[in-house]
Unconditional design. Sequence first.
Length: 637
Amino acid sequence: MANPTTRVPVRASFAIAGGGSLGTFLAGALRTLLRAIWRHNAAVGRGETVHADLLRPDWGHITIDSIGGSSAGALCASQLARALFEPEYAGAELPLTEPHTLTGDWIHGAELTRLAVEANDPARSGSIEAPGWTVLSGARLHELSSRALMADAPPSDPLPPSASPLDPSGLVAIGITLTDLLGYHEPAEFSVERVVGHPSFGAVEPSVSRQQQRAGEQIRDLGGRGHAETRKLFLARDSDGAELARRFLTETRRRGRARALAWNEASAEHLAALTAASAALPLAVGPLALTDQNADVSVSSRRLYVDGGILNNKPVAPALKLGRWHDGSRLLGLRDPETGALPLDAIERELVYTRVCFFIDAFPDRAMGEWRSPHPDEALRESGIWHLTRAAVEARGSRIDHALATPHSALDVLFESMMTSLRAQDLMGIAKTNQQLEARDRYIDDRCASVSHNPTSFQIDTIEKAEAYASVRLRPAGMVLTENQARKVAQRIWESDQFSGLGGRRPVTMIPVFAPLNLRGVFAGEALYSLGGLLGYDARKHDAGVGEAVATHVLSGIDPSRPVAEVTLADAPRSVVPEDTSAVVDRLMVAAAAAIDGLQPKETAVRAFAKLPLRLPFVRRLIREWLDRRVTGMPED
């Protein structure tokens, strides 16, 4: 039985949003969070009750079991996975700029001249094929990602085993968001009598795997194309952990929805390819072609990807889903081989915990200021208008006026909206689920208060039943029940979960690690969004330091007894802001020439005339001066 006075273990999911060149900010924040978790775990291992390193006094050991990453956040997610297996890669006690560390790889490697292509010819790197007409090279991005995951890290002081946030099973689950340009098939199956009048519309037979679910019915598949994809991986410290994850995926019929790999050079290379595809910002880097090799080496799947942040730039839901899958994989290895029952002590050890989600985002949407407004349905009913203050109404009106008046203002609104709001509905889903789980907790408490002492035959032999039992033990009222009573309540909870779909879910405590409100001034590399930070070493170093400062501030407020104010940081000094965009102009000229060549494949007078302005020095100078103003914030003459 759980002890009400002991700290409850914490399982952490990391959701790392896209951020273009501000991956340096994400990496700086990530390193700081990792360092704080190591120190917290070390203090817990020493039995400290009051210590500066404890993030919260009621938190036990923190385990990082699932990660979601989009675009630049996908690159950081892969680095976090490596740091869990190889702690020295985090460079926790080393300078931010230390080469071959989590932040050092961004500061030294994320440089435009290193990532730019030299010609218009397509290039290949591993399983990635990249065009030559983009501003940056997807092949070089893949090489940079591969080096980050495989180059030797500098030596550092070893961590005590008790401080490691890696699960004892050696497993961590990671989800990388992708956007498949050509799309993939999503079945929409109808019984044949429901599809009439057009016998050639839709596939006559479903796939073998789908046929099993439909018990041999004759159906037609009128499915369409999906484009948002999340590649799910279980990465394991060794082959035994990978085999455990494969068993879980097979027994839960998820084998085709995720892969289980031991951490080695091959799995690091596969992860590097996925993260490069996720970071293939349209036209700047991508599209990229990615070839997946199947078990049958004669069969491969070739897909065309662009930035995963286009359809899901806030990978909170993938991270939390993989956290639930991680629960099941751990329990699988603890099942009694004869009876199939799950030991109660194993359930309490593995499932009695608090779930938190560290959400790192360089471009957060806080729903504040002029962005805050009532839902359209409420506005049309003339209710809910109280959400808008007079200042917000005026701010929205001003933004609308500027957007209608000038194209660059409209583009500013477009990019700001896209980069902050993509897939933000996941947060709404989490909030709704939290509310439903609060009602479920009240129901559990009611059942605990009235449970009888009669014996029960309820056997805890499935993951779902184990989750129901753990949800009872998580409640203060459930902690004091006898085993038999807890089983009786768990049976009722398990039955209700079959209808509600809440089984396995638990309340999520969000820990947002967001850029400050004045991010455009604070970041040295925010201008030009995807390219600004790639233009200067000092800019990248500064922005990584911003991530470190923001994460430090957030960590100081995790304990509710120590509330803190909104983080405020000074604007970046002019000395660290990039001043010369000549390299960008050179690449834009090459990309423009490639676009003209594509429209007119053969050399003609028309093609030569169209490319003439690209060769004129004053045209290049005008473009460079305009970009310089965008980067440095210089006023117009």
